[in-house]
Design a protein around this ligand. Structure first.
Ligand code: BG6
Length: 226
């Protein structure tokens, strides 16, 4: 955190940070579980935040006490993904979370670089349907990033493409494995969500509504020296 005054770029996770796609993942996974004869709650689904498609499926199968061989898992992961694609294809620009567009504009207006780093292989489609693609200088999705969080490679690869060191970037994350990944990579992390869920982040914000970039950076600096 030493160089926090020298922040030159911001890296955003996508699902749950700039768009609420979790509800669509939940609908699609739930449909699958129901097909297998069980159900799970929205609270349980919170545990899947940031996990890869396969890790999510394996967790859900465990909840249902279901065992299946790898090839069958691949098949059902594809089935779920097709349902999910159907749901996100109807997304609208209005589904971008409150304050996000304004915040991204502020970051760029101060001469900083913006990057999106998502574990989702569907990230580009979501960015397209919500008109967010042009808001990012660098975009990395689950097709390029193979290692699962808390491995830091998703953020390290983004920083590399931005031509910046981790110390020069802020990472915005809504899930504990993502916060851990950013910390392991040597980044300053802004948790987006509830303080109690993101205790390891350097600063936690509820969301981007009415958030001023410079004031936020000043808060982080204040915390670092106190
Ligand atoms: C992450 C989401 O961003 O991407 C997870 O938080 C999701 O819920 C993962 O499972 C993979 O997404 P996709 O779209 O490739 O299945």
């Amino acid at each position: 955190m030493d160089g926090i005054q020298n922040i030159k770029g911001c890296i955003f996770n996508m699902d749950g940070v700039i768009v609420d796609t979790a509800k669509y993942h939940y609908q699609a996974w739930r449909r699958l579980a129901n097909q297998f004869g069980f159900d799970f709650t929205r609270e349980q689904h919170e545990e899947l935040k940031g996990l890869s498609r396969m890790a999510s499926l394996e967790t859900i199968l465990e909840w249902g006490g279901i065992y299946m061989p790898e090839a069958e898992k691949m098949h059902w992961a594809d089935v779920k993904n097709n349902w999910y694609i159907g749901l996100i294809s109807n997304m609208k620009p209005g589904e971008v979370l409150p304050g996000v567009l304004n915040f991204l504009q502020q970051v760029r207006a101060t001469g900083r670089i913006t990057a999106l780093s998502s574990a989702s292989q569907n990230a580009r489609s979501v960015l397209k349907t919500t008109n967010l693609e042009s808001c990012f200088d660098v975009i990395l999705d689950g097709n390029q990033v193979k290692k699962q969080k808390p491995d830091p490679s998703c953020f390290l690869m983004a920083a590399l493409e931005m031509g910046l060191s981790p110390a020069e970037c802020l990472v915005f994350e809504d899930a504990p494995p993502g916060v851990e990944a950013a910390l392991r990579g040597g980044f300053t992390v802004i948790g987006v969500g509830k303080q109690e869920d993101l205790v390891k982040a350097h600063l936690v914000i509820k969301g981007f509504e009415n958030l001023n970039f410079n004031t936020m950076v000043a808060h982080i600096v204040e915390r670092a020296v106190s």
